[in-house]
Ligand binder design. Structure first.
Ligand code: FES
Length: 302
């Protein structure tokens, strides 16, 4: 095959020109940054690890042993007529057997199914947690954060990388991260389910079995939980693309442009809402759990 000498010459000239302008290749972790660039990845590592450890522990501990030796539900608080369901266990597709009648009312399909393996502890969280976990794990913000924090590739902006070749997310296994757009649909459904739980937390059952409107600290905790999660979910990059009409240039369609701008309001603070909602959803489980165990008292505001 004949070689085009002028094309080769141009290519060499082009490479030499860029060799003068590109920054030099850095060694692993080498940088000229004067700031403490490792603090943020370390904070992400600690924060994310703490949450994963706690959420896993909570999912495996749906009950606790009361002082009288009986196993009691740890993810629902019904004292003083309250109705607080932990978001880690919502929606409750099946309830454990036995369980309080008011908790059983939260079940979509009744009691523990017969096909549940006998060797595995029954926890309603196992059936639902994968959806919000998948949504977070594949989130564009979290990906950028935990790639740095958990496997240091890249270490941080303008810091030498562990390898010279960049593959991006086009290849297996990271190409799987593209499922984020589908998890987003599930996450939006979860917002409505948790909003229903928050609404239920304003209903208090009296001794006669009648339900009255009331407000406890737990009602506020559950409500803030769904608000923070909504701010996080409705600022999602995938949702913005969807609501912008899947267009590369939404500005050409006024309605799409306005919807796109609306999601952008939340998207600008996506990192902030990601962390606030992560902390608060964990705290909501802690609150419900400690109330159920009698460690914390739920103050009734009215
Ligand atoms: Fe973060 Fe979708 S990009 S939730």
């Amino acid at each position: 095959m004949p070689v085009d000498a002028s094309a080769v010459f141009l290519k060499i000239q082009f490479s030499m020109a860029y060799a003068d302008t590109l920054p030099p290749q850095r060694r692993f972790a080498e940088t000229m940054r004067p700031d403490a660039w490792w603090v943020q990845p370390l904070a992400v590592f600690l924060g994310f690890t703490a949450f994963i450890v706690y959420a896993t522990w909570a999912a495996f501990h749906p009950t606790f042993r009361a002082a009288n030796g009986a196993e009691q539900c740890a993810y629902w608080f019904g004292g003083q007529g309250a109705d607080y369901l932990s978001p880690f266990f919502s929606p409750q597709l099946f309830h454990p057997v036995p369980c309080p009648a008011r908790l059983a009312q939260h079940s979509w399909f009744g009691g523990q199914p017969g096909w549940w393996p006998g060797w595995l502890i029954f926890s309603p969280a196992f059936l639902v947690l994968w959806a919000p976990a998948g949504f977070r794990f594949t989130c564009y913000y979290y990906r950028g954060a935990y790639y740095k924090a958990f496997w240091a590739d890249p270490m941080n902006c303008a810091v030498g990388e562990p390898r010279q070749r960049y593959l991006g997310e086009k290849f297996f296994p990271l190409v799987i991260q593209n499922v984020h757009r589908y998890f987003m649909y599930l996450a939006v459904i979860f917002i409505f389910i948790l909003a229903r739980d928050a609404w239920d937390s304003f209903g208090f059952t009296d001794a006669a079995g009648a339900r009255h409107f009331g407000v406890g600290v737990g009602s506020l905790v559950l409500t803030l939980n769904v608000v923070f999660l909504a701010f996080y979910t409705f600022g999602c990059h995938s949702l913005r693309h969807l609501i912008g009409g899947f267009l590369d240039e939404p500005s050409k369609k006024p309605l799409c442009a306005r919807s796109w701008a609306c999601v952008s309001c939340l998207n600008r603070r996506h990192m902030m809402w990601a962390w606030i909602s992560l902390f608060w959803v964990g705290f909501t489980d802690v609150y419900v759990r400690l109330c159920a165990m009698g460690v914390w008292h739920d103050w009734r505001i009215f």
